[in-house]
Design a protein around this ligand. Structure first.
Ligand code: PMP
Length: 304
């Protein structure tokens, strides 16, 4: 990732990609305390637009607020910086990664005295769980690792340290021959994927877990809105593992994963064992929205 042409926005300046470095004694590198976002820009045919930019930036600032990190820029500056990195790197579509982190000014658990830095990088990134996964669905395994407890990790925040748990789960799933992990909460109810929210479809209705132990996904919110506009009922509720085994369809959502059908969970076929009809309608509505083909949701697009 480090050896590329292009520019990274770093603390207010555009820095050549290869020079956007930080010292090995960087506080966040040692203690995992940084917050970040995953954002996508799509080539809409009417120009490149960043999808729900303001909402991602708001969540980034909320994540920082939860951990009492003072971001030394306002939201408007960070929004413009996103547009700038897409423009200067001449990207038609992109994955954008803003990171707010503590620098190398001090060591020790307390970050007091460490400066808050902001970096924003952007690069082309295709389907996170594969093009085939988007069409045919992926194979998922319930993780032996439990998702965060609300009073252990602050799950409203998208914090780097939270992803140690995601990596454990994803590594295990991949090593066992699956595409992704699905984690349960501390009470045993379904929470979320290592980097995705979960939805199931049963008798034409869509259900998704409550937000107690999972990230408040922006794709999740887009999908809930779009599904309801299609006349599909969506309800948040506690979901058990065996409800997923016996549902008609299941899918993951995320900025990187977009809308990815789940065709199998724990070696049990989910529904018809491929992308189901409700998933397909919602997926296509999502791709219409991100690609600028839904006039009702122009406000979700920030043209660069
Ligand atoms: N849960 C986790 C753990 C994630 O990492 C992500 C990806 N950011 C999501 C859910 C989905 O969030 P979003 O739709 O905002 O990308």
């Amino acid at each position: 990732m480090s050896d590329r042409d292009g520019f990274i926005w770093l603390d207010g300046k555009l820095v050549p990609w290869r020079d956007a470095n930080t010292h090995v004694l960087t506080h966040s590198l040692h203690y995992g305390m940084s917050v970040f976002e995953g954002v996508r820009a799509y080539d809409t045919g009417r120009g490149t637009a960043i999808f729900r930019l303001e909402d991602h930036t708001r969540r980034l600032f909320n994540s920082a607020h939860i951990f009492q990190m003072e971001v030394p820029y306002d939201e408007a500056t960070i929004n413009e910086a996103h547009r700038e990195v897409v423009r200067v790197n001449k990207l038609e579509s992109a994955y954008i990664r803003p990171l707010v982190y503590y620098g190398s000014e001090k060591m020790g658990v307390s970050p007091k005295g460490a400066k808050v830095h902001v970096a924003i990088g952007a690069w082309p990134w295709g389907a996170y769980l594969g093009e085939d996964g988007l069409k045919k669905g992926i194979r998922v395994k319930i993780s032996s690792y439990t998702r965060h407890h609300v009073n252990v990790s602050m799950v409203r925040a998208k914090a780097s340290g939270h992803y140690v748990n995601s990596i454990l789960a994803n590594n295990e799933a991949i090593a066992d021959g699956y595409d992704e992990a699905l984690l349960l909460d501390t009470e045993g109810y379904v929470s979320e994927g290592a980097g995705e929210n979960l939805f199931i479809v049963k008798n034409g209705k869509v259900y998704t877990p409550e937000l107690s132990s999972c990230l408040e996904g922006i794709t999740r919110d887009s999908v809930v809105t779009l599904a309801r506009e299609l006349g599909i009922s969506v309800e948040e509720k506690r979901i058990t593992r065996d409800e997923v085994y016996c549902c008609d369809e299941a899918f993951f959502t995320g900025t990187a994963a977009e809308v990815t059908p789940i065709r199998e969970l724990d070696n049990r076929k989910v529904g018809i064992g491929s992308r189901g009809p409700v998933t397909e309608r919602i997926q296509s509505a999502y791709f219409d929205a991100v690609n600028g083909r839904n006039a009702q949701h122009e406000d979700w697009l920030s043209f660069i």
